[in-house]
Design a protein around this ligand. Structure first.
Ligand code: NAP
Length: 296
């Protein structure tokens, strides 16, 4: 039987429609949610991500504020911009696009963001709140993965979820979210990484496999249990002379072959990517609700 293709494009569109109503409710009360995005330097991928976030704000009727800084900006100058956004009443939430240039301490910048305006939920305060199951904001990519599973009829409750990758922005928070006691979670979670022994055997025990490695087509058909659900977070640029841009995006999963054994699988592009953007929008809108003591 063909695998179910879990379309992040379609699911994110459903969520956008729900968010439009939330924005309309605020606008009726004279409130326009505002999202700030800080971009440092010229990294082409970061520029695309920032543009997509601003486009999503326009689509949903959010005010967006892009702060574009040169790669040579000093740490102090960047921290000053963070302070300004913390104090800006029209900006309910904002993020600093990562990675930052090497001379800037990323943790110092993240720690400076007001946790109540922390659109990415990377501040240690928000990481802690998420871990204890009482979040203010949820990190966008991991939250998007949870929504995709639930909305596609693949509830993780009672399932063995194997995550490959332990980064602070994907692997660890996906584990923290899916192991919670509560709706859309209750999974048994295993986290693998580059020092994992017997990776292949462990991945093969996964009812749900989440690949967040950053290595094109790393997860192959022989690693996946028949009927497993496969979530591909990877976005890798591979050269492709036939593509207009000279490259195309592929995931961490060998999609064409893995879909023959999986019961459900996310594509790249059109999978986790659009979910990340919409969950970020949700954070910005929820920040505007909270700032005005409204229940979302
Ligand atoms: N679609 C989206 O919205 C979205 C959002 C975020 C990230 N991404 C993509 O997701 C991928 C992962 O991102 P990330 O930020 O989590 O990456 P990262 O910080 O580079 O982390 C990669 C993880 O994979 C592990 N790993 C690397 N090689 C491995 C191997 N051979 N065997 C087992 N584990 C291995 C690493 O292990 P160690 O810890 O031992 O080094 C690390 O934990 C990237 O392609 C990124 O572009 C997509």
């Amino acid at each position: 039987m063909d695998a179910q293709i879990i379309s992040g494009k379609e699911i994110s569109e459903q969520i956008r429609e729900e968010l439009r109503e939330k924005v309309a409710y605020l606008k009726d009360r004279g409130i326009t949610p505002g999202l700030g995005v800080v971009l440092v330097g010229e990294d082409p991928a970061s520029k695309i991500y920032v543009n997509n976030k601003i486009k999503a704000c326009e689509d949903l009727g959010l005010k967006s504020k892009a702060v574009i800084l040169p790669a040579e900006v000093t740490e102090d100058e960047l921290l000053k911009k963070v302070d300004e956004l913390n104090a800006d009443p029209e900006i309910h939430a904002f993020l600093v696009q990562l990675p930052l240039p090497k001379h800037i301490d990323e943790n110092k910048v993240i720690n400076r963001i007001d946790p109540h305006k922390d659109a990415d939920a990377f501040h240690p305060f928000n990481v802690g709140r998420m871990l204890i199951g009482d979040p203010i904001f949820m990190p966008a990519t991991p939250h998007g993965i949870q929504e995709m599973l639930v909305r596609s009829g693949n509830d993780p409750a009672g399932k063995h979820v194997v995550i490959i990758g332990r980064s602070n922005i994907v692997g660890k928070p996906v584990a923290a979210i899916l192991m919670q006691k509560g709706k859309g979670a209750n999974a048994t979670v295993t986290v693998c990484h580059s020092r994992t022994s017997n990776l292949q055997e462990i991945v093969k025990t996964g009812d749900i496999v989440v690949a967040a490695i950053g290595s094109p087509r790393f997860i192959t058909k022989d690693m996946i249990k028949e009927g497993a659900v496969v979530i591909d977070v990877g976005t890798n640029r591979v050269e492709d002379a036939t593509a207009k841009k000279g490259y195309r995006l592929v995931g961490d999963v060998d999609f064409e072959n893995v879909k023959e054994v999986a019961s459900a699988i996310t594509p790249v592009p059109g999978g986790v990517g659009p979910m990340t953007i919409v969950m970020l929008m949700k954070n910005a809108i929820s920040a505007a609700y909270k700032a005005n003591n409204l229940e979302m």
